[in-house]
Write a protein that binds this ligand. Structure first.
Ligand code: BJW
Length: 245
């Protein structure tokens, strides 16, 4: 339906009626910051489908290709023209002002939520600015190119560092904590995700089963749009800002 940004959907009084909010975000929230989404018209990278670079099989087959994909995205994320937008800031503000429990679960591997000031945040698909040793599991900050020959600080061996991201077929991170919080939330808000990738696409059903009110904020209706009780369609910078005002 038509959404008037002047309607304060979660007004101060509204906010008080909820005790526990879970917000799920996807690539759409970072689109207006200049970071490409995955399944948009320009969703290909060097003519490779996402499924050809974001899998453990791809990393075994062609580690250079996969490292290049993430090195390029790391370079872009750290370029001076990339910054959080109004939607990231609005969620950080909501967290700060909300008196109850607040958890932000992002599928994004960028750090724009942190830069906007979000605190209680789970990166369920990992973080672009970290590398992980496949032997020890130890994490290392990485702000430049990761090479296939990089030597790991913990085991002093080459070739053990991989991007700290969750590929298809791998278990997303901190799922116990996410499901536990979903089971107790009374408001679930989904922002900028197409609803094509599980388990995140199923979170709305968990929230519904817990009796929560569910709201979809996205450019368009997502693949799991029917599961939401309330929808506001438009660019995240507008709909999120208006919703949490
Ligand atoms: C805007 C906007 C603006 C644009 N404002 N909005 C159940 C059924 C079927 C399959 C499965 C299932 N359960 C598991 C699977 C398999 C698989 C899966 O889901 N496959 C599907 C493709 C069918 N899932 C997995 O493998 C997951 N693991 C798992 O389930 O483990 C369990 C297990 C493991 C082992 C044994 C047994 C069980 C892992 C999924 C990992 C996903 N990884 C990626 C890559 C991460 C690293 C990287 O970034 O490179 O994560 S894939 C990619 O998709 C990335 C994203 O986080 C994820 C979601 O994408 P997102 O955020 O929704 O982006 P888009 O582009 O799709 O959508 C953007 C939306 O924004 C659109 O709607 C736009 O309209 C909108 N938009 N501009 C507001 N300005």
């Amino acid at each position: 339906g038509v959404f008037f940004p002047s309607d304060p959907v979660i007004s101060c009084a509204e906010k008080m009626k909820y005790q526990s909010i879970v917000v799920l975000t996807g690539a759409g929230i970072s689109a207006e910051s200049g970071i490409r989404t995955f399944r948009g018209a320009d969703g290909l990278w060097e003519n490779h489908r996402l499924e050809d670079v974001a899998t453990p099989e791809a990393f075994i087959r062609d580690p250079q290709l996969v490292q290049r994909f993430y090195n390029e995205r790391r370079r872009q994320l750290l370029s001076p023209d990339i910054a959080p937008n109004a939607a990231h800031r609005a969620l950080a503000q909501l967290e700060q002002n909300f008196p109850g429990d607040f958890l932000l679960v992002t599928q994004n591997i960028d750090d724009l939520h942190e830069r906007a000031g979000s605190r209680n945040l789970i990166h369920m698909h990992g973080e672009l600015l970290k590398a992980r040793c496949v032997i020890s599991g130890e994490l290392f900050p990485i702000r430049s190119d990761l090479g296939t020959e990089a030597v790991c600080d913990c085991c002093q061996r080459g070739g053990t560092l991989r991007p700290h991201v969750v590929w298809f077929g791998e278990m997303p991170l901190e799922m116990d904590r996410i499901y536990h919080t979903l089971g107790e939330c009374d408001l679930f808000i989904s922002v900028g995700t197409s609803g094509n990738v599980y388990p995140a696409a199923g979170f709305v059903e968990c929230a519904n089963m817990a009796g929560a009110h569910s709201v979809e904020l996205n450019l368009e209706r997502s693949s799991v749009g029917d599961a939401f009780a309330e929808h506001h369609h438009g660019p995240a910078s507008e709909v999120v800002t208006a919703f949490v005002r």
